[in-house]
Design a protein around this ligand. Structure first.
Ligand code: DC
Length: 224
């Protein structure tokens, strides 16, 4: 039987960095489910679909085949055979992925892929609905979060470090608040803390401390 660790939480809580490092230390596969939604979003953008057009999103998403492989421990997301890792972190894709993730047909397309990976491998899977919906029997569930201002500042600092000065801290925060609201208020699989999840607020933690906190939860549960 494989061991499954579910990490859910809002945008910008540092989930992917923390989850990736924790998975590496555990020797588990890190599964970034957000990247799968982003790959479908890229497909829809290329098809010229508007984020508001839920009906066409539901129709067209059937043409997006998403696959996950690993190269040197890094998750590679393929869209109809093309490696799209370098194309899915734009603002446009972020907006479309949030809109598309509220469409049941899109979520249904990714369910088997996500459950299949977890059934075959020891995984640390991060997303919004992993502990509540995708892997309700996960061995360890963690809800990783941080205050809105902290998350906005982290995102803003990342952008500055990359030389991107296109936005103010205020506009980054406004976008995070909007995406949280959309992810929490959608009808299907909303972002929600599982009842049996351990709540970790990383507002005052460094990345190393957050990784240690995740590992410590796994140790306490007896799974590592
Ligand atoms: O984690 P991320 O920012 O890469 O996710 C992109 C979008 O995908 C996010 O707005 C919500 C959605 N998502 C989801 O609905 N369920 C998941 N398990 C992962 C992501």
């Amino acid at each position: 039987m494989s061991i499954n660790i579910a990490i859910d939480g809002p945008a910008g809580a540092g989930k992917s960095t923390v989850a990736r490092r924790a998975a590496e230390k555990l020797g588990f596969i890190y599964v970034d489910t957000g990247a799968m939604y982003r790959a479908i979003a890229l497909y829809l953008i290329r098809q010229g679909v508007a984020p508001e057009d839920k009906e066409t999103i539901a129709d067209r998403c059937a043409g997006a085949d998403v696959a996950i492989t690993y190269q040197n421990g890094e998750q590679v997301v393929s869209l109809n055979g093309e490696n799209v890792n370098g194309l899915i972190r734009t603002d446009e894709v972020t907006r479309m992925s949030s809109a598309a993730s509220a469409v049941p047909a899109v979520r249904a397309r990714l369910l088997d892929l996500q459950r299949g990976l977890a059934a075959r491998n020891n995984v640390l899977m991060d997303g919004r609905d992993i502990g509540t919906c995708i892997l309700p029997d996960a061995d360890v569930k963690i809800f990783l979060t941080a205050g809105t201002a902290v998350r906005a500042k982290r995102r803003f600092d990342e952008m500055i470090a990359k030389g991107d000065i296109s936005e103010t801290l205020e506009s980054v925060e406004a976008k995070i608040i909007k995406r949280d609201e959309d992810d929490r208020n959608r009808e299907i699989s909303p972002l929600r803390e599982a009842e049996d999840a351990v709540h970790l607020d990383t507002s005052d933690m460094t990345i190393d401390q957050a990784v240690e906190a995740v590992l410590s939860v796994c140790r306490q549960k007896g799974f590592i």
